[in-house]
Design a protein around this ligand. Structure first.
Ligand code: ACO
Length: 321
């Protein structure tokens, strides 16, 4: 038994923040942002709009594409680092909003690798008979943990949600998934405050994302190259067997480096970072949904998804769509 993607969905908040808007907020230029990252604009949640609000729309679109009703869903996994509340989990909030009752629902926190982690977990549930029809969502309102006076980070991130329905199937779907973490690198990428540690050292109780960008960049390029090799070897396939690269959308230069490693031309790589920025756990499912809906990715094609993020965490999935 395999787990196969039967529907995808995505949602971006209405409000768009352009590079020109950011030029008015911090000492930066659109040229610098495009040159170093490829980002032109990103979407930002409105006041009061939560991660769950975004996830509900993406999930409904994925369920509609899969032609599944609330009563069909028997597992919900939500990847997010920006949950609505401390508890209940955003997965439980989403479950209620979708009028789904009784199935397991939980959050996974692996920052930008969150969706790949959630997909890997859901795949194992489905393949071992623990679920037949799972809803797997990546959704973030990262704008809430951004210091909008820090030009080194505020130009990079955006909000959004992506979702898939993953169902049991006799046809191959998820061929393998590979999940990794190394907590040694916490000091390079973090939000340094939290519930247990407390917010007492923060200014006004606010906690923001901190990143040593250039060091994260080098690690991301090296690590994503390795995970691509690991995925090819595990499946006994070669680079030429891959039809599409669906990467985490943090930085165009990181994406291009992974494409070079796979010897893939950029027209076989799904790129949304220019219009979405880095939407953390939402980035891979949003990119997948974009390429499925515009007809680029077709049934039967082989995709490699990969991501790298805070933790550090990193992972990949080889998928027969
Ligand atoms: N506008 C203008 N100048 C800037 C800006 C800005 N927005 N931000 C930084 N600079 C300046 C710096 O101050 C520095 O100036 P200095 O040389 O005078 O000190 C100069 O630009 C170069 O800074 P670097 O940080 O070395 O620039 P780099 O080329 O590395 O690009 C970036 C920075 C875009 C952040 C890049 O390092 C990157 O993409 N890193 C990886 C991000 C990532 O993949 N994160 C993982 C996922 S995120 C997650 O998990 C939450």
């Amino acid at each position: 038994m395999y787990a196969r993607i039967t529907g995808t969905g995505g949602y971006l908040p209405e409000k768009i923040l352009t590079n020109q808007d950011l030029e008015r907020m911090v000492d930066t230029s659109s040229e610098w942002i495009i040159d170093r990252t490829g980002i032109k604009e990103r979407h930002v949640a409105a006041k009061g709009e939560t991660t769950c609000d975004l996830a509900v729309i993406a999930a409904r679109r994925a369920m509609e594409a899969a032609q599944r009703n609330p009563e069909d869903i028997d597992l919900i996994i939500m990847a997010t680092t920006t949950p609505d509340k401390i508890f209940p989990s955003t997965a439980c909030l989403l479950q209620h909003r979708l009028d789904i009752h009784g199935c397991a629902a939980f959050d996974v926190q692996a920052v930008c690798t969150g969706f790949v982690y959630a997909l890997g977990i859901a795949d194992r549930f489905v393949r071992t008979g623990g679920a037949r029809c799972a809803l797997v969502v990546g959704a973030e309102t990262t704008s809430r943990i951004i210091d909008w006076t820090d030009r080194g980070t505020c130009v990079l991130f955006g909000d959004g949600a992506g979702a898939i329905v993953l169902e049991e199937s006799e046809e191959p779907g998820i061929l393998s998934s590979h999940l990794h973490a190394d907590g040694r690198y916490e000091h390079l990428l973090n939000v340094p405050y939290g519930i247990s540690q407390g917010f007492d050292k923060t200014k006004n109780g606010e906690a923001y994302l901190y990143m040593k960008g250039n060091e994260v960049f080098k690690m991301a390029v090296k690590t994503l190259g390795r995970i691509v090799d690991e995925t090819l070897v595990a499946n006994n396939i070669t680079k030429s067997d891959i039809d599409w690269l669906v990467p985490h959308q943090a930085n165009n230069r990181i994406i291009e480096a992974t494409a070079r490693k796979l010897k893939m031309s950029m027209d076989r790589v799904v790129v949304t970072v220019d219009m979405h920025g880095n939407t953390s756990a939402a980035s891979v499912p949003l990119a997948l949904d974009a390429a499925v809906r515009d007809g680029r990715i077709k049934r039967g094609e082989t995709l490699i998804m990969e991501a790298f993020g805070g933790g550090f965490t990193w992972g990949s999935a080889l998928v027969k769509y």
